[in-house]
Structures are given as structure tokens and as C-alpha cells.
Design a protein around this ligand. Structure first.
Ligand SMILES: O=C(O)C(=O)C[C@H](O)C(=O)CO
Ligand SMILES: [Zn+2]
Length: 279
């Protein structure tokens, strides 16, 4: 069985009193990619499971675990795997999908045997895994980054010029709950998701990647009038409940993967927070 770290939900009124360690304990996932392992976190916020599969010499099989409560991991779940490492492959019930750097694979509910491999153990694939409860089986499909719906946003003058690549999105392929993508910046731009927003209908998770070793991202969270920050290193993830803003600024360039689950898949259903309301 795969070991899964379980995170419980926190009430926003309690979070107002959290110190740095408590914020990190509840909302930061420090170990996403572990060489030769599948490392997963189960968040009770929307029952999101996220983590990494980083195969080295052999294949890694996605196993069920007690929190999943089913005989197989995907019996009642869907999965997206987004590769931020070297070339690899994912085998789903005997069908092989070659998943290059920045390619993604959506795996529909009910897939039984899912295995992850790297093409070269010296340059391993890093499959970022995202899973949410599902109610229907949609076809398993590879999505290249070039097939994503692209949304340019921001400006160099506000240091937030970026392109949102909507990879797992209703306009690209059908899924039950999952919506996910990758946001990439123009050199010199370091602010994501500012002006910021909340969306109580969906929760969100962020994975920061390509952060240089000696640099950090200051991730902003909390209620709009009670903001807090968490200092995030490369390849660490953040849980963002529906009531929380989620934005960040890097001390250097970086990329990030965002993913959502909840009551709708409408990316534009956001409650924008006017700058004047932020505290
Ligand atoms: O840079 C951004 O802005 C984002 O990528 C925002 C996320 O996609 C998001 O928060 C979607 O709700
Ligand atoms: Zn959002």
C-alpha cells in the first residue's frame, strides 16, 4: 500500500491565530518528489490527493491505501499526471503513453493498473499527481502543453506578465472535477495571481517548480482581510481552501501548476478581491 500523509481541514477563524509552524504544518507540502517513490498527501479539502511519482530504475505502481477506501486507487477517482521532469511513460491497464517533459496524462475513473517509469534513471521523470473523487469514466488521454488553452495575463510593468496554460480544462477534455494547468512567466515577471481572488465553490492546490535552489516564493494565503504568507522552496506544494486567497511572488523566476476541484469547473467563477480590501 502507498503511504499517504493526511491533512485535515482548518476553519478560517482558527487560521487567524496560526503561527509560522502551524501554517506550514497544515498548508505546505514539503516532500512532493521522492526518488524511487510515489509520495502522496490526502487533503480533506475536497478530498484532493496530490503528490509525486519519481521513478528511477524501475516502474512505480499506483497502489490504493486506507484513506482511499477502495480496492484500487482509481475505483472512484480520476487522476491527472503532469510531468515536470525528464521523459517518461505511464502504462494504464497495458496501454503505454509516452509522456515527455511538460506533457500530461488524464486517467479516467476505473483504471486498474497504473505504472510510472522514467526513460533515463539519470534524468528521471517527475509526474506531479492530482486526483479527485469522480462519478463517471471519461477517456484516458495524453495532453501536450501545446494543446492547452492559453490565457495571457498581466504586464511587465506590474511584474506579472504570464501565460496560464489550461491543460485539464472542459474546453480541452472532459473530466469530472479536476481542472488544472501550468502558469509560465515572461522573464522578469515574478507575481502570480495578483490581483488575487477566492472561489469558495472550488479549492485549489499550487505546486511551485523551477525555483532556483537558493531562491524562494512568498506564497500569500488567508482571508483577504487576514493575509498570511508561507515561504516555499522548489517543488513544494500549497493547499488553498475555498476561503483563502492564493497568490505568490518569487525572489527569482519560477513556474507553477494550479489545480482545482469542487462544485463547478468554471475557471472564470472567481470572486476578485479589490486591492483596497487586502489587509
Ligand atoms: O497566475 C495566475 O493568475 C493563475 O494561474 C491563477 C490560477 O490559475 C487560479 O487561481 C485559478 O483559479
Ligand atoms: Zn484560484
Amino acid at each position: 500500500m502507498t503511504e499517504i500523509d493526511v491533512r485535515q481541514v482548518c476553519h478560517p477563524e482558527a487560521v487567524r491565530y496560526f503561527d509560522t509552524d502551524e501554517l506550514r504544518h497544515h498548508f505546505l507540502i514539503e516532500r512532493v518528489f521522492v526518488p524511487g517513490e510515489i509520495a502522496l498527501t490526502y487533503s480533506h479539502i475536497d478530498r484532493f490527493v496530490l503528490g509525486g511519482a519519481m521513478p528511477t530504475t524501475g516502474a512505480l505502481k499506483l497502489e490504493t491505501s486506507k484513506p482511499i477506501g477502495q480496492k484500487t486507487f482509481l475505483a472512484k477517482r480520476e487522476l491527472a499526471a503532469i510531468n515536470i521532469g525528464g521523459a517518461g511513460r505511464i502504462t494504464v491497464d497495458g496501454t503505454v503513453y509516452e509522456i515527455g517533459p511538460r506533457d500530461s496524462l488524464y486517467v479516467g475513473m476505473g483504471a486498474d493498473d497504473v505504472r510510472f517509469e522514467s526513460a533515463d534513471a539519470a534524468a528521471p521523470a517527475k509526474f506531479y499527481l492530482l486526483s479527485a473523487p469522480a462519478h463517471a469514466t471519461y477517456p484516458t488521454r495524453k495532453v501536450a502543453l501545446s494543446e492547452a488553452r492559453m490565457v495571457p495575463l498581466g504586464a511587465e510593468t506590474s511584474a506579472n506578465k504570464r501565460v496560464i496554460h489550461q491543460i485539464i480544462h472542459p474546453d480541452v477534455l472532459p473530466t469530472c472535477q479536476l481542472v488544472a494547468g501550468m502558469t509560465l512567466f515572461t522573464p522578469g515577471s515574478v507575481w502570480n495571481t495578483m490581483p488575487c481572488h477566492t472561489h469558495d465553490r472550488r479549492s485549489e492546490v499550487y505546486l511551485y517548480f523551477d525555483v532556483p535552489e537558493d531562491q524562494r516564493v512568498f506564497h500569500m494565503m488567508g482571508e483577504p482581510t487576514e493575509t498570511r504568507h508561507i515561504v516555499v522552496a522548489n517543488e513544494q506544494a500549497i493547499l488553498s481552501p475555498g476561503w483563502s486567497i492564493h497568490a505568490g511572488v518569487g525572489t527569482a523566476s519560477y513556474g507553477f501548476i494550479w489545480a482545482m476541484a469542487g462544485d463547478n469547473q468554471d475557471f472564470t467563477d472567481m470572486d476578485m478581491v479589490p486591492m483596497s480590501e487586502l489587509r
